[in-house]
Design a protein around this ligand. Structure first.
Ligand code: NAI
Ligand code: NAD
Ligand code: ISE
Length: 337
């Protein structure tokens, strides 16, 4: 039987996830959509020709009789409330990153889920589902380049809107690295410092852009991540791992090489929707399959919490300029898998 999904938030990624659940993936049907801007929800349902109910309030989607599971793609500050309400209703929920705005918010979700007695939450950290990151992890795990000593990473967006502020470089953008790098290295973070170089003239008063985040892991690997969200030239994700006996880089997305007009060129993508298009498909298909099988196995509420513990320290480091400690509590047995 088809899994009946309710989606809260029909913006950029909400529309994308509804499209993939409807046209690409197997085993699910979107039966309810809500958006605080009702027109977004109505237009999405109409454009895809869905037989879905449109609700003004996300909580009505959660409690609708015919909704089996939820996808939360509304703005970041709304994630915690909708995820807690889904757990309360006993319904599995795929929540886009960040799971909550603070580690405390994520902890409330972890506690509610443990109280419910089974995993009900998958966080929209899609990079562990990306073939490139998986290949990079295989190289590290095989020991081919020895122990990872340093990582040089970059997270570049071509541009962001005026409502994107300095803190969002951490909570909305770096949060992907905070998740994927602990998975890649099988390690956790110990400390962080954030530095701001000369700002680009393409930014605005409330956004310091770019920024450099320097993390140290518990095993002593040093990581630098450049976050540059008005880089202009493209959507570019870089990750280079320097090991004891070699260097491994995240593969570039495949692109035809062209020789033309005295130039050798390959295309750089410009949109996150395209850069991780397959990973989004795989993460959501996994969610659908796992809900049907009765056991969620993707990025957990604990992973959401771990990323947010590090994010809180990064925000503190943005303000202080000092080295800030990252203290992740011990993982409860509930989340050992
Ligand atoms: P968006 O602003 O395009 O869409 C958000 C939508 O949520 C809007 O249509 C808005 O009206 C709606 N909304 C906000 N509050 C709501 C509420 N209380 N009830 C119902 N609807 C509400 O934003 P975008 O880019 O789609 O991002 C949405 C979420 O997805 C964010 O949390 C973002 O961090 C995450 N995201 C994740 C990506 C990934 O790579 N995993 C990529 C892009 C976004
Ligand atoms: P968006 O602004 O395009 O869409 C957000 C939508 O949520 C809007 O339509 C808004 O009206 C709606 N919304 C806000 N509050 C709501 C509420 N209380 N109830 C219902 N709807 C509400 O943003 P987006 O780019 O689609 O991002 C949405 C979420 O997805 C964010 O949390 C973002 O961090 C995440 N995201 C993740 C990735 C990724 O790569 N995993 C990429 C983009 C966005
Ligand atoms: C957005 O919400 C995402 O999740 C994208 O993957 C990221 O690159 C962007 O900076 C975020 O704002």
């Amino acid at each position: 039987m088809s899994l009946r999904l309710g989606v809260i938030g029909a913006g950029a990624i909400g529309k994308e996830h509804i499209r993939r659940c409807t046209q690409v993936l197997q085993g699910a049907t979107v039966v309810a959509v809500s958006d605080i801007n009702l027109e977004n929800a109505r237009e999405t349902v109409k454009a895809l020709g869905l037989q879905a109910e449109v609700y003004a309030d996300g909580n009505d989607v959660i409690n609708a009789q015919d909704v089996d599971a939820l996808i939360v793609t509304s703005w970041d500050p709304t994630h915690e409330g909708f995820t807690l309400a889904a757990i309360e209703a006993g319904k599995p929920v795929f929540c886009e990153k960040p799971l909550a705005m603070t580690a405390d918010g994520c902890r409330r979700i972890v506690e509610a889920e443990m109280k419910a007695g089974r995993r009900l939450v998958q966080v929209g950290f899609m990079r562990p589902y990306d073939e490139g990151y998986q290949a990079l992890k295989s190289v590290i795990d095989s020991g081919e380049i020895g122990a990872p000593l340093m990582l040089h990473c970059a997270h570049r967006n071509p541009e962001v809107g005026d409502n994107y502020t300095t803190d969002m470089a951490i909570t909305s953008t770096l949060i992907h690295e905070l998740d994927v790098l602990r998975w890649l290295l099988n390690d956790d973070y110990a400390s962080v410092q954030v530095r701001f170089p000369r700002a680009t003239s393409h930014t605005h008063a409330k956004l310091k852009d770019p920024q450099i985040v320097m993390l140290e892991t518990r095993k002593g690997t040093l990581i630098d991540v450049e976050i540059f969200v008005n880089c202009r030239y493209g959507y570019d994700i870089q990750c280079e791992v320097v090991g004891e006996s070699g260097i491994a880089r995240l593969p570039e997305p495949s692109s035809v090489q062209m020789r033309k007009a005295a130039k050798l060129a390959t295309t750089i993508l410009t949109d996150w929707k395209d850069r991780f298009i397959k990973a989004y498909d795989v993460e959501l298909q996994a969610f659908i399959n796992d809900v049907k099988a009765g056991e969620l196995r993707g990025p957990s509420a604990w992973d959401g919490f771990a990323a947010s513990v590090a994010a809180d320290a990064c925000l503190k480091a943005q303000e202080s300029g000092a080295l800030e400690t990252i203290r992740l509590p011990e993982r409860p047995a509930f989340y050992l898998r």
